[in-house]
Design a protein around this ligand. Structure first.
Ligand code: ATP
Ligand code: MG
Ligand code: MG
Ligand code: MG
Length: 565
């Protein structure tokens, strides 16, 4: 591209309404232009970047085994009524009527549409699992559209959906997508964290958000440097020890109900040596409502692996005593696998498999649960610690380290939807035994246009944007310092043509402007390399400057292509 012919106008200042740096720089560099609140056109440079981001996302989705489709923006209200979201989605859903007064939505997300495709196509478990994705414009009538591409009312999203017979298969794909998302963000050289998150209006049971660390992000995340724990503040929990603990008798029912094991029975059953105090984890509501479940006995001198070996044979009995479903049903946290270990020397005793132990650790990430001490001799309990909404400075819920807070910008969100949509929309398959089974679904979104803002938020300086090479609109800007100097012009033209021939994205700044002006534009727009044909041109030398680290090199004209590659 010759800048003399380009649709490009740069500005020294950004308009006042642009509050964040990414928005300011995108406007100053003519990458986008607002049409109306939260609705933008992508101008040539901006569109180049968007397409490169889109391409990275596409490559990684393809690599992860998902297949690309394209679904309609226009979606009939009837489908949204089936899922219950015509009402539930509220005013963020853009609604419209056709000439016959039929109602429609402009898709903010596509669970309904994709479930409709699948229910009308797939009949047998043999056709599962698979994954579909699209890169499509989405509409959300955001209450506060702002910050440019960060929160638009019309924006570009990649959304993928996976379909499974079993939870295990869904779990596997969730992990596969998590890895794909990490690769996508790595390729864009972003600093990010995957955090536990609430599932919001999309629903489902587990979800992870991908948070790009940025001061202008709209979310707070809590994380521990000493472990993998990281969660959105809405979801984050921590352990607090209670200074004053209350001693109370264990509920009678807990001790007496025959089909539940008493703590004493449990300790015998689990072959716990004569120790006066073991620890149990129990839910407050459980105690108050007198639901008779002892959830986990935890004891200091055993570690999880040891227990696993000891009790592997008894696993089914243990599960009889307290299944995962029961935990779920009563909103119970089964235990803290190793998490409290360091502080108190505690570990979980009830354990089926290592996987189950991992669930323990995850399960513990819930609010308003208590740690209690249970005394076996006189059957009283003593609440010693709570799990509560976390704040910076709290102990991480896995017991490893102190939580720190950081500002994050949500760029991706992956969900285990389970049967939420497939059930409502009746998407079923026949299983091995010829029985109807509701399909398990996952969904995985990434904000393609928002990513553009995210990268700039992380990569800029006082002079402008610093694009990573992977998504820069052009890799190199060949600058003719003085267009009146024929040698400079010839050298620059030669390099420009040579780079183009190698399929390297390159612009030629052949505008009749001062060199200083061109450098400023180059830095503002953020080309990774400036190749300047200036005074050295007459001796066959150009200066190559790296935008990211400011390094500069004298390079022979004929060696420029090799240098850039
Ligand atoms: P937010 O919390 O920022 O409103 P969300 O949780 O509503 O986002 P999801 O439904 O999880 O968004 O959608 C998946 C991804 O789509 C988000 O992670 C984000 O990258 C992107 N996204 C969502 N809303 C917008 C928007 N208004 N403008 C640009 N990108 C968006
Ligand atoms: Mg939202
Ligand atoms: Mg969100
Ligand atoms: Mg989200």
């Amino acid at each position: 591209m010759r800048l003399s012919k380009a649709f490009l106008k740069t500005y020294k200042e950004a308009p006042k309404e642009a509050e964040v740096i990414s928005h300011q720089l995108m406007l100053r560099a003519s990458m986008i232009r607002q049409l109306t609140r939260g609705v933008y056109s992508y101008l040539p440079l901006g569109y180049k970047v968007l397409k490169k981001i889109e391409n990275i996302v596409r490559e990684e989705m393809d690599r992860a085994g998902s297949q690309e489709i394209l679904m309609p923006v226009l979606q009939p209200a009837s489908l949204w009524e089936e899922s219950g979201r015509w009402f539930a989605y509220g005013s963020e859903l853009m609604r419209m009527k056709d000439r016959n007064e039929r109602e429609f939505a402009l898709g903010p997300t596509h669970e309904e549409v994709v479930a409709d495709i699948v229910r009308n196509t797939i009949t047998s478990y043999k056709e599962l699992p698979f994954s579909l994705y699209q890169i499509q414009t989405k509409f959300r009538d955001e209450m506060r559209p702002r910050f440019g591409l960060m929160r638009g009312r019309e924006f570009l999203m990649k959304d993928a959906y996976s379909f499974h017979l079993t939870q295990e298969s869904l779990d596997e794909e969730f992990l596969n997508m998590k890895n794909a998302y990490s690769r996508i963000l790595d390729r864009m050289e972003l600093k990010f964290r995957a955090v536990d998150a609430d599932s919001g209006s999309i629903g489902g049971d587990a979800s992870n958000e991908f948070m790009v660390l940025a001061e202008n992000g709209e979310d707070d995340i809590l994380y521990s440097d000493s472990s993998d724990y990281a969660a959105n503040i809405e979801k984050a929990t921590s352990i607090i020890e209670l200074k004053e603990s209350t001693e109370e008798k264990l509920p009678k029912e807990l001790v007496e109900t025959p089909n539940t094991k008493t703590i004493k029975e449990l300790s015998e059953f689990l072959n716990i040596p004569e120790e006066k105090t073991v620890k149990a984890v129990m839910l407050k509501e459980v105690l108050e409502d007198k639901v008779n479940y002892v959830l986990a006995l935890i004891r200091g001198d055993l570690d999880v692996n040891e227990i696993k070996l000891k009790n592997a044979a008894n696993a089914s009995m243990e599960l009889e005593m307290m299944t995962e479903e029961e935990c779920e049903k009563f909103g119970i946290v089964p235990g803290f696998a190793g998490s409290y270990e360091k502080k108190e020397g505690l570990t979980v005793v009830i354990d089926e498999t290592v996987k189950y132990v991992r669930n323990f650790a995850l399960g513990a990430n819930k609010k308003d649960y208590h740690f209690i001490n249970v005394n076996l001799e006189d059957l009283h309990y003593d609440i010693v610690a709570d799990i509560r909404t976390a704040r910076a400075g709290d102990i991480s819920p896995d017991g490893k380290g102190v939580l720190k807070i950081a500002r994050g910008m949500e760029v991706g969100h992956i969900f285990k939807l389970g049967d939420k949509y497939s059930k409502a929309l009746n998407a079923k398959v026949l299983d091995e035994n010829g029985k109807q089974q509701v399909i398990q679904m996952g969904c995985y979104g990434i904000g393609v246009s928002r990513l553009m803002s995210a990268v700039i938020e992380q990569k800029h300086d006082d002079f402008g944007i610093i694009w990573p090479k992977s998504i820069a609109p052009y890799i190199a800007d060949v600058i003719i310092a003085n267009v009146k100097d024929e040698t400079q012009v010839n050298v620059a033209e030669k390099i420009y043509e040579a780079l183009k021939k190698e399929n390297i994205d390159v612009v030629l700044d052949d505008r009749n402007e001062r060199a200083g002006f061109k450098f400023k534009d180059a830095d503002l727009i953020g080309f990774p390399l400036k190749i300047v044909a200036g005074k050295g041109a007459s001796s066959g030398i150009v200066e190559v400057k790296d935008r990211a680290n400011g390094e500069s090199f004298e390079v022979k004209v004929e060696e420029v292509v090799g240098f850039v590659k």
